[in-house]
Write a protein that binds this ligand. Sequence first.
Ligand code: SAM
Length: 343
Amino acid sequence: MVSAPVSVPLVDGFGRVHRDLRISVTDRCNFRCTYCMPAEGMKWLPRDEVLSFEEIERIARVCVEHFGVDSIRLTGGEPTVRAHLPVLVGKLAALRTGPAAAAPGRPVDIALTTNGATLRSMAGHLVGAGLRRVNISLDTLRRDRFIELTRRDELDNVIDGIEAAREAGLDPVKINTVVMRGVNDSEILDLAIFGRERGVTVRFIEWMPLDADQRWKSDAVVSQSEIVAAIGAIFPVDPIVRGHEPAERFAYRDGAGEVGVIPSVTRPFCGSCDRIRLTADGQLRSCLFSVDEFDLRALLRGEASDREVAEAVQRCVAGKSAGHMIGQVQFVRPRRSMSQIGG
Ligand code: SAM
């Protein structure tokens, strides 16, 4: 008889405990954001290389039961282009932390990162299946710029998707905005005002060297200090003590909510990172910038036991680097770009 798993923390060589699993459900996307994907020519994974919902659920269950992972975020590519996504959400929402044989543990917090374009039709189904939170990407409020940036004319649908998410009861609804110098940095304040007026938290993201076209340059990165200065000059903010989340958070002094910055480049938060990432083709990565991957799909399709899968997860995390080294001579760009890893 296979013994029940014992839940142990998933600790790396630097003492960081990992409780957050990011799952890419597809490498495909209905947008072609310039800072992420090429206009054409992206090579998609063959269907049979992409994990099935049952395989994703099994890996998630091993992480939840063996290691107390209590937060799962679905991403991509664009996760909503994967058919029947609510079915997967339902499977993951049924997971409980801790060993299966023990008293029922806590439910897992299920979140989604999406471009939001189809949320008007999908948000209700996703909430019904157990989704609680959503991050919606929105880099500009100007239609011409939106078309240039995403190579799609979908701004109205994305803004409507934000409303649909709120109406469906997703809470919080956060906006992810990648800021690039000379591209959309003139809109930092407008986007902050958009968040204040709609009661959604905007999280500005420093552009990272993960674009498929390899056009990233350090001087195109708009730093956290520049972003906070631009907002704070009009709406004073106070820092909020940071937890494990990647965003540095700031509360508006006038009580109109908060704004965040993910300063991956200028103020990396690797020291408190608690995330592991599963690609759509079943490769486990301990970091966005990992050069190593652990092939969980091969284990699953080779009929490995849950314990063997758990051991591979532990090996992956044990080898996690201290930090990503962007901007230093040792930095090595990963072979895969952001949409192929899962942001
Ligand atoms: N398609 C979904 C979306 O648009 O949110 C999910 C996948 S997308 C790769 C996840 C997040 O990564 C988005 O917020 C996107 O803006 C961000 N992103 C993509 N490329 C990036 C880069 N090179 N640097 C920083 N953030 C990036």
